[in-house]
Design a protein around this ligand. Structure first.
Ligand code: PLP
Length: 708
């Protein structure tokens, strides 16, 4: 299923782009045909760097993100990488006599900020500067103006790059560029070159306009043809001072990136790291190949022959990089795990989330979309990890309970539709608009109050068909019609909520049918009154699993997305769901408790024999229900250990007398997320006299979330 896969096209092309950059620096065809080499290294290969800039922009630039956290993270990461690269190339700088140059200090500053201390390293400061500029333009002026400014900067850059020969005849212009070139060597930098590509990718990430693969490829062919003609003309008339920037490079990148976005598969994380490494180390490898060629007498085939040189550099860089990337990928998660899995933690298996999305989408009728309900920290799973992963899978509609949850999702960079299911004070209408959130109209007077704020707000109207909680009574068609006429409310949806869809008892099924009929009856009345019925939704998880025959525009799925049901009861459709969340802790202490002595508050557990007790550092402060005291149990090394005595705020005791080989630091599984593994969330929930939904969403407060 296309919609549930990562952007593999982007990942694969990272490697292609890295190869192109190596080509730029080794000129593979130079020994054979000068024009062919020009076309390869100065035209085709010029898509490499803008592509890398766009991969950063795609995740960085968004109109919703208002705090600077994401930018800060990006700048920090890139700066760190830049620092490492600078140090890596110091010996080479030294060898080349970099430190003996005149005006060393000003030159160093210029290189650090714009040109890079090694010829290829300009990309890193350029992406920091370009990313920051694009970010602030977006924040201060909004997308259209930001584009305009970045476009103008790009034009200025063109004048100092490929078009320099065409404009240097004008004295004033020449003076302007002379001034610029005292500050940096090329206009292909973070100021003139990078911002437009960051913005372009950020805009494409919103996905408002997505062309098909075929259309993108067609666009790419046309714009590449134009860019080729442009480059050859400029080359022919010798107008280029440098040959990185073309007018048609921008549309070319738009279609190329658009085509790559259409190619979706499993994530190929290794290629990401490897491509970056190829980019970073290949100039070093060029030096190594030259030294080796000199030493072994293979100068002719490995250096003189441009193709041989290219292949040698590419092979060696590729081997180093793939090896390095494999090591890095293996090392990375462990470091992250060590810190957060010391005491008690939530562990997410995102492969199960992917699986559940696929299974649920299979159940949906044609044209019906998944609205992922991620309220209460995505049912305790952590809204960030869940929502951002869902968005990567192609889910583009979310539901939350409160406006602040919605704003939080925006701050994570979530771009899809976000429906606020619950009450929002009408005085916050401006924020609804600012963060592009959709508000549920919970009854008539609420709709009127929101309308009075004078701000256009996207809305879904809730209809009460018998739950008698939120919504306008479905018998009140007059009021509903009035709401549709309210000027400020943009009615994008209408929905109802079923209150006993989880039950298959005949009486409950009949009640649910009644709710559905009443809802459709109201929609019929609206149509008769000439009102265009907006998007319709009725079912939540149980609505979908027990009444899959309904055909709506959305299904609001919460608990099922997380791979569990509320209880252990069966549903009409048996979906193969897999639990996403596991709750784990570690054995913090082991005690021998002699027969007759007690454990914990209230002395409710008394050892009936000489016992061994393990203390686990998790308690009701982490969301574990205290009512499980003396009832539930955990699994340590695959063996069941019952809870001994009362659960405390931060600790609990389990009886491990009958378990073999228990030692300090052993993992204790409180909720398991493997197939058919106990204790599962519904079983624990039932023991606690509640449903999985409550059990899970209470875990969100103190526990770190670790992603597997
Ligand atoms: C929470 C909620 C849902 C999701 O319910 P699940 O049973 O978890 O799928 C759907 N609709 C509304 C209105 C909700 O409040």
């Amino acid at each position: 299923m296309r919609g549930t896969k990562s952007y593999a096209g982007i990942d694969y092309f990272r490697m292609v782009a890295a190869v192109l950059v190596v080509a730029i620096h080794t000129s593979p065809l130079l020994s054979f045909h000068e024009t062919a080499d020009f076309v390869l290294t100065r035209v085709i290969a010029r898509v490499g760097v803008p592509f890398f800039l766009m991969t950063s922009g795609f995740f960085l630039i968004t109109r919703y993100r208002q705090d600077g956290e994401k930018l800060k993270g990006f700048v920090k990461k890139t700066a760190l990488l830049y620092g490492v690269a600078i140090v890596l190339y110091l010996p080479l700088n030294w060898y080349n006599g970099y430190f003996n140059e005149k005006n060393f200090l000003p030159r160093l500053i210029q290189d650090l900020v714009f040109d890079g201390t090694m010829y290829h390293l300009w990309y890193l400061p350029a992406s920091i500067l370009g990313g920051a500029i694009a970010w602030y333009l977006m924040k201060k002026c909004g997308m259209p103006t930001a584009f305009l400014i970045a476009g103008l900067l790009y034009l200025v850059g063109l004048g100092g790059d490929s078009y320099y020969g065409a404009v240097e005849g004008i004295t004033l212009v020449k003076r302007f560029y002379d001034l610029l070139f005292q500050i940096f060597d090329y206009t292909r930098n973070g100021l003139f070159f990078a911002p437009i590509f960051f913005l372009l990718a950020g805009w494409m990430a919103e996905g408002k306009v997505r062309l098909s693969l075929g259309k993108n490829l067609m666009g790419l062919a046309v714009s590449f043809g134009l860019m080729l003609a442009e480059a050859l003309l400029l080359h022919h008339f010798r107008l280029q001072r440098h040959d990185s920037m073309y007018l048609f490079l921008v549309p070319c990148m738009y279609f190329l990136f658009g085509a790559l976005l259409q190619i979706r598969q499993g994530r190929v994380g290794l290629l990401r790291t490897a491509a970056l490494l190829v980019y970073l180390i290949h100039p070093m490898v060029i030096v190594i190949v030259r030294l080796a060629a000199k030493k072994t007498g293979l100068w002719e085939p490995l250096v003189e022959n441009s193709l041989g040189h290219f292949v040698a550099v590419l092979l060696l860089s590729g081997i180093f990089s793939l090896g390095g990337a494999a090591l890095w990928e293996r090392r990375k998660p462990k470091g992250a795990r060590g810190k957060d899995t010391g005491r008690a933690w939530i562990e997410l298996d995102l492969k199960h989330l992917v699986h559940n999305v696929e299974v649920l989408k299979e159940l949906l009728p044609e044209g019906c979309r998944l609205m992922a309900v991620v309220k209460t920290q995505a049912y305790g799973h952590g809204a960030f990890a869940i929502a951002s992963h869902l968005e990567r899978l192609g889910v583009d509609a979310f539901a939350v309970a409160t406006i602040d949850e919605g704003i939080q999702l925006r701050s994570y960079g979530i771009r899809g539709e976000i429906l606020v299911l619950g009450y929002t004070a009408p005085s916050r209408a401006r924020e609804l608009k600012k963060y592009d959130l959709t508000q549920t109209l919970i009854d008539f007077s609420y709709a009127a109050a929101l309308n009075r704020q004078g701000v256009p707000v996207k809305c879904h109207l809730k209809i009460d068909t018998g739950m008698h909680r939120l919504g306008v009574d479905c018998r009140d068609a007059g009021k509903v019609k009035k709401i549709f006429r309210m000027r400020r409310l943009k009615m994008n949806g209408i929905f109802t909520h079923l209150c006993c869809a989880d039950s298959l008892a005949p009486g409950d099924v009949a009640f649910t049918r009644g709710q559905i009929n009443d809802f459709y009856g109201l929609l019929g009345e609206l149509t008769e009154a000439g009102i265009a019925v907006p998007k319709v939704h009725i079912q939540s998880s149980y609505g979908l699993l027990n009444h899959p025959e309904l055909s709506c525009d959305y299904v609001r799925v919460g608990i099922a997305l997380y791979g569990v049901l509320s209880t252990t009861q069966k549903t009409a459709v048996q979906a193969d769901l897999r639990p996403v969340l596991a709750l784990k802790t570690r054995v913090a202490a082991l005690k021998d408790v002699p027969k007759g002595e007690s454990v914990g508050y209230g002395r409710v557990f008394t050892a009936a024999r000489d016992s061994r007790i393990a203390i686990l550092p998790i308690g009701y402060g982490d969301g574990l229900p205290r009512i499980l005291s003396g009832a539930g149990g955990v699994r340590i090394r695959g063996q069941y250990a019952p809870i001994a005595g009362r659960i405390c705020m931060d600790q609990m005791a389990v009886d491990v007398t009958e378990l073999s080989e228990i030692s300090l630091g052993d993992v204790a599984v409180v909720i398991c997320n493997e197939a058919d593994c106990e204790p599962s969330a519904p079983v624990v929930a039932e023991m606690a006299g509640t449903i999985s939904n409550e059990l899970l969403c209470r875990l969100g407060a103190r526990l770190p979330v670790v992603v597997r």
